[in-house]
Design a protein around this ligand. Structure first.
Ligand code: FES
Length: 570
C-alpha cells in the first residue's frame, strides 16, 4: 500500500468519532475486522426498475462484491440517481449533470478508497464517470452489457428498427397490431440497447479510455461471462487502491485520443462528443470540438454494427469484441496509454482475435471509408455543428435546399403531417429551440420524422438541422448540436423558411445564404420564445448549462474538487 487508506479517516479513528462511524455500520452484521485497514470499495449502483437497461445491476453488484472480498477489500454498495432513457421526461440529458453531482458528492462524502461504477443505459455512464473524475480516487467501470439481439418474424431487430417501424406505420406499410408484436420481440433479455447506440458507444468509450477491463464493452448482459468480468473487476479495484492508480493517471490526452479514434471506427453515437467533452472538462484535459474531426477524419468504419452497419453488439462480442477492433487500429492508437489493469492498452488488445470479418473488417478493407463525425463550420452555427457521415445518405452529403423552419417541437408536431404543408425532398428541415437551454435539456429529436406525404412518395431521408441531439440508434442526414442554440439568439435563431442552406460535408461547411446585414437586422428584432423556469434544478440548469460545443456541463461543475473532506461533524 503506497498511502494511508482514505477510509481510515473514518473507520480508523478511536473515541466517539470512530465509535459512531463503525457502530451504525455494524447494524448490518459486519464484523469488526472489516474496519481494520481493509480497502473500502464503493459500488456505485444505478440499479432501478425505472431504468430497465440497468435492472439487473443488483445481481451484477454481487459479482463485483465477491471479487472485492476475494482480494481482501470491504465492499459497500450505494445507490445514485439512475437515468432511464426511455421513461424520463422531458429527456434524461436534462439530468445527466444532476446525477453527476450526486455521484461526485456521494463518493467524496463517504469512506471509500476506490469505487466501481456500474453503468448501462445512455446517461448513466457519462454521469458516473464525470462525477468520479471530480473526485479522482481509484475508479473502475463495469458496464451492464447489451441485450440479446431481438428477433421479429425471422429477422434480427433492435432499437434502430424503432425508427423504421415508426415510418412504416406512418406510411401504412405496418399495422398497429404488427407493431405491438414487434414490441414484445425487441427487448427480450436484460441489458441495454443492442446496437451501437449511445449506451454501447459509452461502453466502448470507457474501454477505449482504459477505464474498464478489456472486453467490457460487448459481453451481452445475459452472458455468464459478464458476471465473470464483474468479479474480476472487483479483484482489480482492490489492487488499484494498493497501487494508488487514479483517474488522472489513466485519463490522459492520449487516452481521449484513443477513444475518439475508436469511436470513429465503430460508427459510435454523436452523443459521444458531448459526453467526452464533459468528461475531459472534469479531469482537466484540453479537448476541443475540432479534435473529433481531426482525429477521426482518416479513420474508416470497420465495425459493421447498426445504425451505420448491419449487425448487433452480440455479434461484435462473438467476433472478438472491442479488443478485435482496437487491434486493427494499432498503428493509429497511443499504444502505451495505461489502463485500469495497470497495463498499456496495446497489451489488452494485441491478444485479441477476429473471428468474423463480416463484423470487424481490417483497416485495409473497411466497410465504409467514411466514418466518425464531421464538425461543420459556417455562418449557420458559429460554434459548429455535428454530422455522422456513416449514418447519412451519400447523395445528401452535398446538398443545397430551401429551409423549412419549425420554431420548436410543438410547431413541428402540429405542422409536419399537414397535407397543405409546402415541402418536397429538396427542402432542409430546421428545428429550433431543442438545445440545452431552449427545450430545456437537449432531447434526442434531431432525426425528426419526415412529412407523411413524402414518406408516401417513398422518400426515406432529407437533410435535417437542429440544435438538439439524435439518439445513438438513429440515422439519416441529420445535422445536430447547432451552436449557439436558438435560445441564445445567434444566426441559427434567425433562419427563416425559404432561406437557402448549403451543406458540403467533404468541405465541412454549412452555409446560410443570407447576408450579414440581413442577419444583423433579424437579430435586432429577435425575441426568445423558449420557456424560462423560475425554480428548482431546471432553473439552475438553464442558468448554468454550457453549449453542446463545450459538453453541456454546468459551468460550475467543470474541474475537480479532489477527495479531501476537511471537517468531521461529530
Ligand atoms: Fe437504455 Fe437504449 S434505452 S440503452
Amino acid at each position: 500500500m503506497k498511502e494511508k487508506l482514505r477510509s481510515q479517516g473514518w473507520f480508523g479513528k478511536t473515541g466517539k468519532d470512530g465509535f459512531i462511524y463503525r457502530a451504525w455500520m455494524k447494524n448490518q452484521g459486519i464484523p469488526d475486522y472489516e474496519f481494520r485497514g481493509k480497502p473500502v470499495i464503493g459500488i456505485c449502483n444505478t440499479w432501478s426498475e425505472l431504468t430497465p437497461c440497468n435492472a439487473h445491476f443488483r445481481e451484477l453488484a454481487e459479482s463485483v462484491k465477491r471479487g472485492i472480498s476475494e482480494a481482501g477489500g470491504f465492499p459497500v454498495e450505494f445507490p445514485v440517481m439512475s437515468l432511464g432513457e426511455t421513461l424520463i421526461k422531458p429527456t434524461a440529458m436534462l439530468y445527466r449533470n444532476l446525477a453527476s453531482m450526486d455521484v461526485e458528492e456521494s463518493i467524496r462524502a463517504n469512506p471509500m478508497d476506490g469505487v466501481v461504477l456500474l453503468c448501462g443505459c445512455d446517461k448513466t455512464t457519462p454521469s458516473l464517470v464525470m462525477g468520479a473524475c471530480s473526485v479522482n480516487i481509484p475508479t473502475l467501470v463495469v458496464s451492464g452489457g447489451p441485450m440479446l439481439t431481438g428477433k421479429y418474424q425471422g429477422r434480427d431487430i433492435s432499437t434502430s428498427d424503432v425508427w423504421r417501424f415508426n415510418d412504416a406505420v406512418r406510411s401504412g406499410e405496418m399495422s398497429q397490431e404488427q407493431l405491438t408484436v414487434a414490441e414484445e420481440c425487441m427487448c427480450r433479455s436484460q441489458g441495454h440497447c443492442a446496437v451501437m447506440g449511445t449506451a454501447s458507444t459509452m461502453a466502448c468509450m470507457v474501454e477505449s479510455l482504459g477505464l474498464s477491463l478489456p472486453g467490457n464493452a460487448a459481453i451481452p448482459a445475459a452472458d455468464s461471462r459478464r458476471k465473470v468480468l464483474a468479479q474480476m473487476s472487483g479483484i482489480r479495484i482492490v489492487e488499484m487502491v494498493k497501487e494508488n492508480l487514479r483517474l488522472t493517471d489513466i485519463l490522459t490526452r492520449e487516452a481521449f485520443e484513443n477513444a475518439i479514434i475508436t469511436n470513429a471506427a465503430i460508427g459510435g453515437s454523436t452523443n459521444f462528443i458531448i459526453h467526452l467533452l464533459a468528461i475531459a472538462g472534469r479531469i482537466g484535459v484540453d479537448l476541443k470540438l475540432d479534435d473529433f474531426d481531426k482525429l477521426s477524419a482518416s479513420i474508416p468504419f470497420i465495425a459493421n454494427l447498426q445504425p451505420s452497419g448491419k449487425y448487433f453488439m452480440e455479434d461484435l462480442y462473438y467476433a472478438g469484441g472491442l479488443p478485435a477492433v482496437m487491434k486493427e487500429l494499432d498503428q493509429v492508437l497511443h499504444q502505451n496509454a495505461i489502463t485500469v489493469n495497470g497495463k498499456p492498452i496495446k497489451e489488452n488488445y494485441e491478444v485479441a482475435e477476429c473471428y468474423n470479418r463480416d463484423v470487424v473488417a481490417s483497416l485495409k478493407e473497411p466497410f465504409n471509408p467514411f466514418s466518425g463525425v464531421a464538425i461543420l463550420k459556417g455562418n449557420l452555427s458559429e460554434n459548429g455543428a455535428v454530422i455522422k457521415p456513416s449514418a447519412a445518405s451519400p447523395h445528401l452529403l452535398k446538398h443545397s435546399g430551401k429551409a423549412l423552419v419549425f420554431d420548436d417541437i410543438d410547431d413541428y408536431k402540429n405542422r409536419i403531417d399537414l397535407p397543405e404543408l409546402e415541402v418536397d425532398e429538396s427542402n432542409i428541415l430546421v428545428l429550433k429551440n431543442v438545445g440545452p437551454i431552449g427545450y430545456p435539456g437537449m432531447p434526442e429529436v434531431g432525426n425528426m420524422a419526415l412529412p407523411k406525404k413524402l414518406l408516401a412518395k417513398g422518400i426515406s431521408d432529407m437533410v435535417r438541422i437542429s440544435d438538439g441531439r439524435m439518439s445513438g440508434t438513429g440515422f439519416g442526414t441529420v445535422i445536430l448540436h447547432a451552436s449557439p442554440e436558438a435560445a441564445l439568439g445567434g444566426n441559427f435563431a434567425v433562419i427563416e423558411t425559404g432561406d437557402i442552406i448549403h451543406l458540403d460535408v467533404a468541405k465541412r461547411s454549412l452555409i446560410l445564404e443570407v447576408s450579414d446585414s440581413e442577419l444583423e437586422k433579424r437579430k435586432k428584432n429577435w425575441k426568445p420564445v423558449h420557456k424560462k423556469y423560475d425554480r428548482g434544478y431546471v432553473k439552475l440548469y438553464q442558468e448554468h448549462v454550457q453549449q453542446a460545443s463545450h459538453g453541456a456541463d454546468l459551468d460550475f461543475l467543470t474541474g475537480s474538487s479532489g477527495s479531501e473532506v476537511s471537517r468531521d461533524s461529530h
